[in-house]
Design a binder for this molecule. Sequence first.
Ligand SMILES: C[S@@+](CC[C@H](N)C(=O)[O-])C[C@H]1O[C@@H](n2cnc3c(N)ncnc32)[C@H](O)[C@@H]1O
Length: 190
Amino acid sequence: MNITNHDIECVFQLPSENPITGICRVISELGISVNTMVEIGVASGNSIQQWRHFLPETIIHGIDPWIIDDHYNPDLPDVGFCTELGTTQAEADALYASVIEKFSADTRIIIHRGRSTEHNIPPPIDLVYIDGSHDHEAVLTDIRTYLPRIREGGLLCGHDMGVPGVTAAVLETIGTNGVLLPAFVWITCV
Ligand SMILES: C[S@@+](CC[C@H](N)C(=O)[O-])C[C@H]1O[C@@H](n2cnc3c(N)ncnc32)[C@H](O)[C@@H]1O
């Protein structure tokens, strides 16, 4: 299947659903067992809370540097800007501390502070969700780094298809094998 710009526009016109809900619907419909997953880009941990709700037994690795740098620059709308991070390093540090506190009682949520490429979560991984830097090179790197670590039959997916860097990276890599879901989600079975 080839994803075209027309497909992307059509999917974006579908009634929106929460990104994680949509992915979990696919997991359920395909009967995929998710023992271990990785989320790249945690921010406040909202999506990790949703993964935990739908996947109560899964080991969830969340990776985020909680750092203010050019990959999250409000003046670069093509890259994207995560407002939850704040605008100062002190705010980003406070957000990291709140995430650690939020998940402290759940031993199957493992938070890694650093860039996605700095943490080597060993295979086999059942599901990787890419929602980190939306810079073209960063998304390409995330896809190329994590795709080989996903077991056969697992899922690679991500958020914000439609942000130019994300769209280009997905089309360059998994485009011919991917499917789009509402809420700007792209997903492929490995
Ligand atoms: C859109 S937010 C994530 C939102 C979160 N997934 C949710 O839905 O609640 C993007 C996050 O990616 C993080 N990020 C930026 N570059 C990253 C990298 N190289 N590796 C991992 N995370 C990164 C940012 O610090 C920011 O917190």
